[in-house]
Write a protein that binds this ligand. Structure first.
Ligand code: GUN
Ligand code: ZN
Length: 427
């Protein structure tokens, strides 16, 4: 059995920090050690309290080691859509995104891009992702296969979309159901993989397909469900026109039993009180996508209002509507969106969010998101002095909170010194 020890400054959250003074919410060890065996953390302690017998020691001091970041919503076939100039969501989808996604019918392209995509994630410190594949089953196959080869935790699913999309990018209610079933049978629960039933959004699924998604969801209660909700005003209007019996956008999904604890609802911006209540009743998870919401001009996610209703919000990059793979940049833009609404995202809460917080939103906090013994050894090694500008700022830092805030505001992949997936250093 391989034993290794990572020595570094260590930071891991026990629970969500309530205020910037809530230092009991995390454990920070100045000279810490993680004992790792078979990809799992066995001990998280002061370095000199660990039994180092037979272990190789990697010393990352003075850098900071945290649990690897968790991205709860992004799109595998959109790596080459980022930075496409469009007015707003529906133009961006029709003019750039849908044409690009048609390319993912090619299994060879999918296999090549799966490597690129997962390399990009780990280069940015992200060790768990919840990704949309394209409508084509081979795109999900390729992503699962590549993640399995890396022993990486990944949740994905082929998109269900059978209307309002170009040729080559539509399935049917039946083929979407059959392909999803086959993918679930082959991949769900293998290694660290999970399947997400993925109706893209109401506009691109007929009622027949929404019913097929409902059947899939009923047959596979342990699969996640992911979709988009209430991102943009034109999208909301069209969705409600296409589902005239629904009382509002949220009801389209609710009436098909697609809202539950493991449902991830990307964006969730323009919600009525009724919709917020319906989401809270189902314990569904709104997903805040800051860089995307600013980039597409979609609107301001009201984190405090949703939390007050009892919802557990996730946070995500939403690449390629989102503009960065970096969960640090995601926090930076998220901070500004909340500032505009008089809401403050303090750095302890921010770093809890992209680690344990997102793990809680996914129902995976017993496996990822902390450095606790028993957690999978997904780690990110961070350097808050990574650029000259960051080093200058850090020269005036007054402690851990300033260091985290520097990373949160100025950090990106340059601040990621190393990423570990299941205890193995990514190259
Ligand atoms: N709504 C439906 N599909 C998409 C997508 O790919 N990106 C975003 N941002 N919103 C969507
Ligand atoms: Zn999205």
């Amino acid at each position: 059995m391989e034993r290794k020890i990572i020595r570094a400054r260590l930071l891991s959250f026990r629970r969500e920090p309530l205020t910037p003074d809530d230092t009991d919410s995390f454990r920070y060890i100045e000279d810490g050690g993680l004992l790792i065996e078979d990809g799992v953390i066995r001990a998280f302690d002061d370095f000199d309290r660990l039994d180092a017998t037979g272990a190789t020691v990697t010393d990352h001091r003075p850098h900071l080691v945290m649990p690897g970041f968790i991205d709860t919503h992004l799109h595998f076939p959109q790596t080459q859509v980022i930075a496409s100039w469009a007015a707003e969501l529906l133009d961006w989808l029709n003019d750039y995104t849908f044409p690009e996604e048609t390319r993912y019918s090619d299994p060879e392209l999918c296999a090549r891009m799966a490597k690129v995509f997962l390399d990009l994630l780990t280069a940015h410190g992200t060790t768990t992702a919840v990704a949309y594949a394209s409508v084509h089953a081979p795109s999900a196959e390729a992503l699962f296969a590549e993640a399995l080869a890396r022993n990486m935790r990944l949740i994905t699913g082929k998109i269900l979309m059978d209307r309002n999309a170009p040729d080559g990018l539509r399935d049917t209610a039946q083929s979407g159901y059959d392909d999803s079933k086959a993918l679930i049978a082959r991949w769900h629960g293998q290694g660290r993989l999970g399947y997400a039933i993925t109706p893209r959004f109401a506009i691109t699924s007929t009622p027949a397909q929404m019913e097929a998604a409902q059947t899939l969801a009923r047959e596979h209660p342990d699969c996640h469900i992911q979709t988009h909700l209430s991102e943009n005003h034109a999208e909301i209007t069209l969705s409600c026109q296409l589902y005239p019996k629904a009382v509002d956008y949220t009801d389209i999904y609710a009436s098909h039993d697609l809202l539950r604890e493991n449902s991830l609802l990307g964006h969730a911006i323009h919600l009525s009180e009724r919709e917020i209540g319906a989401l809270a009743e189902a314990s569904a998870r709104p997903v805040f996508c800051p860089t995307s919401n600013l980039y597409l001009g979609s609107g301001l996610f009201n984190d405090a209002k949703l939390r007050k209703a009892g919802l557990v919000n996730a946070i995500a990059s939403d690449v390629g509507g989102g503009t960065s793979y970096s969960m640090l940049q995601t926090l930076a833009e998220g901070y500004k969106i909340l500032q505009l609404q008089g809401q403050r995202m303090h750095p302890y809460r921010a770093f809890h969010w992209i680690t344990r917080g997102n793990a809680v939103a996914l129902g995976l906090e017993d496996r990822i998101g902390t450095l606790d013994a028993g957690s999978e050894a997904d780690l990110v090694v961070l350097n808050a002095c990574a650029t000259p500008a960051m080093a200058l700022r850090m020269a005036r830092a007054r402690g851990l909170m300033d260091e985290l805030f520097t990373l949160q505001v100025m950090g990106d992949d340059r601040a990621v010194v190393q990423t570990y997936v299941a205890g193995v250093a990514c190259t």
